[in-house]
Design a binder for this molecule. Structure first.
Ligand code: SF4
Ligand code: SF4
Length: 156
């Protein structure tokens, strides 16, 4: 059974729209953006097979951190939009983001009759964050991650 079949069966079982369906928490409904994590690296936009992510940015010079340091240039996000009329829910953008700035939300009630309304701008993508479920708890029997081991060593 495909994830699509699971979702459809849940909708039917819940008599949607009168009753909300109990979808699996990791259902792919819409993509949420955690803007603070985005470094405008453009990886998601380059890897998207449908070219449905649009990102605009400008450069800003950041003063040096130390007395003899050099000023650095960083990209500042101006626009981040996903066209859900083109998106095929493959999840590649979320997988490739190196900074955990994109997340699946199970929210699915964003259908529109006007194709332009399916272009979600950064404000709307940010709003979806509220519907992203928390990550599943860690397995207490699992080996600690390399990062955790390194942090413990550093702490002495
Ligand atoms: S889910 Fe796939 S098609 Fe949709 S925006 Fe991400 S990479 Fe593009
Ligand atoms: S891959 Fe992640 S960090 Fe890079 S532009 Fe996309 S959302 Fe931002």
């Amino acid at each position: 059974m495909t994830p699509y079949d699971v979702g459809l069966a849940a909708l039917r079982a819940a008599r949607y729209p009168e009753q909300a369906p109990a979808l699996p928490p990791r259902s792919r409904g819409v993509i949420a953006l955690l803007e603070q994590n985005c470094t405008v690296c453009m990886l998601c936009a380059r890897e998207c097979p449908d070219w449905c992510i649009e990102i605009d940015s400008h450069k800003e010079t950041v003063p040096p951190r130390t007395e003899h340091g050099r000023p650095r240039v960083r990209h500042v996000l101006d626009r981040f939009a996903i066209d859900f009329a083109l998106c095929m829910w493959c999840g590649i953008c979320i997988e490739v983001c190196p900074f955990d700035a994109l997340f699946w939300s199970p929210a699915f009630e964003h259908a529109a009759t006007d194709a332009t309304a399916l272009v979600h701008e950064r404000e709307q993508l940010r709003q979806w964050l509220r519907t992203v479920p928390p990550p599943p708890p860690l397995d207490p029997a699992a080996e600690p991650s390399a990062e955790r081991v390194a942090a413990r060593k550093q702490a002495g």
